[in-house]
Ligand binder design. Structure first.
Ligand SMILES: C[S@@+](CC[C@H](N)C(=O)[O-])C[C@H]1O[C@@H](n2cnc3c(N)ncnc32)[C@H](O)[C@@H]1O
Length: 321
């Protein structure tokens, strides 16, 4: 596991490199400090942010079929969740697994200590019979250790369309690295947000109450606090759009004025209306999902959709190599 100092130095390197690029960019993987995790939990309750409701509906309405898929090859399983957040949706599935007398060990992994602490406390009261091994850290860093824990079948969960934050190339690389640590009978369960009315998607990233704006701007606070920055948040605005041809929602922070900002002793010039690229949230079609699965060496066992077909949780089996 990387030390706190290593994590901080990766954060510093990425921020300084990103602010030196043209156009400037900051990585959304750094959104989730404690305050960022709290703000994301607030986003999940917003009427515009349909993703959480869709995935909750799928898990609630189709829990039996999903759990059938999970237990098809045996009832002793390690459930490993990448970027678990508050785990509230996962709790629905875990409860059903326990009701089916499955022997389950649940390992939620998240970069945010606050999210993991809260999840662990909630689960101990909600599902006291569950064996839980929470882990605070970067999911890219723990992939190798997953292979070593190969004595039981594992089911890897990657929910909330978290995969949408990766570029197409990064998605392929990530899926291939997951495939590399999976054994026969292991499963991968991924949430994909589907393409739909562009106005619905746009609003999900530009909510009326401005919580998504605060979520993006919070990264400037984090940079100020952890890297000795002097960003003035009021000098930036949050802007989100959806590109229907590429199927991607993008968010930016826009400099409201010409300004100079200092981070870790380096100075960065911003022009008036200059954008800083913050996050991509890719939306998918079924052929694209099928293609990702095939190219990375998986076969789709079953797709689960919500009633509006806004969202798809896809259960993948690894193809023999
Ligand atoms: C979009 S949220 C999804 C949360 C949850 N899976 C859900 O469906 O509601 C992304 C979560 O992944 C975590 N995360 C992002 N990048 C990460 C990384 N590289 N390693 C571990 N966790 C990460 C964040 O802290 C956050 O809790």
């Amino acid at each position: 596991m990387p030390s706190k100092r290593e994590v901080n130095s990766a954060f510093k390197q990425d921020v300084l490199a990103g602010l030196s690029m043209t156009p400037k960019r900051l990585s959304s993987r750094y959104f989730y400090d404690d305050q960022g995790s709290r703000l994301f939990q607030e986003i999940m309750t917003l009427p515009e942010y349909y993703l959480t409701g869709c995935e909750t509906e799928i898990f609630t309405e189709q829990a039996d079929a999903i759990v059938d898929g999970f237990l098809a090859a045996g009832t002793d399983i390690d459930v490993v969740e990448l970027g678990a957040g508050d785990g509230s949706k996962t709790a629905i599935l875990l409860k059903h697994l326990l009701e089916r007398d499955a022997s389950v060990k649940y390992s939620p992994i998240d970069i945010s200590k606050e999210a993991i602490d809260e999840l662990a406390e909630n689960f101990r009261t909600k599902l006291p019979q569950l064996t839980i091994e929470p882990y605070v850290g970067d999911y890219f860093a723990i992939l190798d250790s997953l292979q070593k824990a190969a004595d039981r079948r594992k089911i890897i969960l990657f929910l909330g369309s978290n995969i949408g934050n990766f570029s197409a190339d990064a998605t392929k690389e990530f899926l291939a690295s997951l495939r590399a640590v999976m054994n026969e009978d292991d499963l991968l369960f991924i949430g994909f947000d589907l393409q739909k009315d562009p106005r619905v998607i746009h609003q999900a990233y530009d909510d009326a109450a401005g919580v998504t704006a605060r979520f993006n701007l919070n990264l400037l606070d984090r940079i100020n606090r952890e890297l000795g920055g002097n960003f003035v948040k009021e000098n930036f605005l949050h802007y989100a759009n959806y590109r229907p041809i590429e199927g991607s929602a993008r968010s930016y922070l826009i400099s409201r004025q010409k300004q100079t900002v200092e981070v870790a002793g380096q100075r960065f010039e911003f022009d008036r209306w200059e954008p800083v690229f913050m996050e991509i949230s890719q939306k998918y079609t079924l052929p694209v999902i099928e293609n990702f699965a095939r190219e990375a060496g998986f076969r789709i066992a079953k797709n689960f959709f919500d009633s509006r077909e806004y969202y798809c949780d896809s259960l993948w089996r690894s193809e023999p190599r």
